[in-house]
Design a protein around this ligand. Sequence first.
Ligand SMILES: NC(=O)c1ccc[n+]([C@@H]2O[C@H](COP(=O)([O-])OP(=O)(O)OC[C@H]3O[C@@H](n4cnc5c(N)ncnc54)[C@H](OP(=O)(O)O)[C@@H]3O)[C@@H](O)[C@H]2O)c1
Length: 207
Amino acid sequence: MTNIAIIGTGRMAQGLGAGWVRAGHRVVFGSRNPAEKSGLVSEIGNGASVTLPAAAVAWADVVVLAIPFAQVKTFAREHAPQLAGKLVVDISNPFDQLPDNRIAGAELTAAAIGDGARVVAAFKDNFWETLPTPEDPGGLPRDVHFAGDSDDDRQRVAQLVTDLGFRPVDCGPLKNARALDAMVPLLVELDQRLNNGQHSSSWKFLR
Ligand SMILES: NC(=O)c1ccc[n+]([C@@H]2O[C@H](COP(=O)([O-])OP(=O)(O)OC[C@H]3O[C@@H](n4cnc5c(N)ncnc54)[C@H](OP(=O)(O)O)[C@@H]3O)[C@@H](O)[C@H]2O)c1
């Protein structure tokens, strides 16, 4: 059982949190307005609670950043002493807020945390709509790509992905998150052109 803090209470946070609670993990959401989010916790059930972001970070072994990309760097900087040494899963998508693919959003997050940063980029190219259906209608498990510099941390994320019912695809070091960032706008465009914009599509790696 892992203590997982999910910062943010939006669509990705709820989907991931519900899945991890079902898998037996403890989840604490970090919200700017925890008092207004009690409904979310009762929906997800035992094993979930909501508090302020700093308290959620302090409690957790794993911290998932499920807030808008524009807020991530500031959040990482402000909570750097508490985030250092913890596994931080950055799911935020920069889209056009990065100049090109010479740096990944998650690399900026790691730099903002500084010494002791353990950042893994993950779930970037998974639409929130697909979180309740880790297999497509044909029974094919959907992939979750992730990248990070520590083998141990990537293995831990692989287990958390498996616990959700998805197929983990280890993409190696954090610099490979540059490619993951770029896969997201292409997925959105293909979903629009080939899937009526239903957000039910996923990338699939086949050996
Ligand atoms: N939507 C997708 O399909 C998808 C897929 C992969 C990755 N992502 C990434 O996952 C992250 C969350 O996406 P989402 O779709 O779940 O977003 P969302 O539904 O808009 O939720 C974002 C959450 O972030 C928190 N937050 C903190 N500071 C904020 C601010 N200044 N403005 C707005 N919200 C703020 C809010 O929680 P509180 O109000 O409780 O603080 C809010 O519920 C984003 O970085 C996104 O790029 C999204």
